[in-house]
Design a protein around this ligand. Sequence first.
Ligand code: IPE
Ligand code: IPE
Ligand code: MG
Ligand code: MG
Length: 326
Amino acid sequence: MSATTLEQALAAFERRLPERIGEHHSCALLREAIDYHFGFGEFGPARRGKRLRPQMLFRFAFQLGADLKRTLDAAVAIEILHNYSLVHDDIEDRDELRHGRPTLWARYGIPQAINAGDAMCAISFLSLARSEKDLGAARALYAVRVLHEAHREMCDGQALDLAFESRPSVAFDEYLEMIAGKTSALFGAASALGAICADADATTVERARSFGREYGMAFQIRDDILGIWGDEAETGKRVAGDLARRKWSFPIVWALSQPASPARSTVATMYASGRSLDRDEVEAVRNALDELAARPACEHAIAQRLDTLRRFGDNDLYRFAADSLR
Ligand code: IPE
Ligand code: IPE
Ligand code: MG
Ligand code: MG
């Protein structure tokens, strides 16, 4: 697809998103909290999300021949669902910074952040239901099933992620199951929804979903890297929070699968401590990961996933995947 078409789609998306959020007349408090999260109205202009899921949806949809009108409400629905997951995720992870600003719960408190997240989930659903007008009832219902099956899987992934925080060890397979749920399922839904908007057959929808899922796995490994070695000014999130909470991210799971060494022991001992790590301990774990060359191991895992994506044979989609995973 041409770059202008995607640009136009994203511009239309940025207009439709606040429209769909505004039309439901949530109470003043929730309206404010949701506007705050997105950086809309009096809270803007603010740094925004990367809109990767809508981009994925648009790319599949346009490539398969859909016009913009058929895609917008689905693109808005997946972005709102993703943002509801961020609001709840920040409560669960006790993270106080996102997009370079205090998280919704840090500003409005946990109970109202739960309500705001729930309202966003409902608005996402309502936005997708609006696509019945352009897609027809059967396609719209297909889209609802695909999105909310991914949503359900995402809850599993989030539950595993939290349960792992108090585990003495996590195997590779368990880590992969966790990220498949918390991150990759929604990217799978984004690409599948694109194909659904284009009226594609079930085989094409499944193929699109596989691409999105594979991309989502690589995306989470990149997010894991950024959570340890990233630059706070770039990510807008607190770096090292994952290590402080002893999250089982790719570099940790990989490091602990390596042969015995002093660096491996440092990581193992810190992660077996059963409590949050302080700044010096976080630094010690990061140094040990560097010594073990955990970062190149993550890069290798991403490159392997990208190889799989290349084999899907679509150069445009592959380029998008590779560029956004840099
Ligand atoms: C963050 O996703 C949550 C993960 C699944 C790792 P993004 O990095 O796509 O978040 P935004 O939308 O750009 O804020
Ligand atoms: C990503 O969770 C998955 C969801 C938000 C559902 P993370 O906790 O790994 O993502 P960040 O790093 O906080 O964005
Ligand atoms: Mg988080
Ligand atoms: Mg999390």
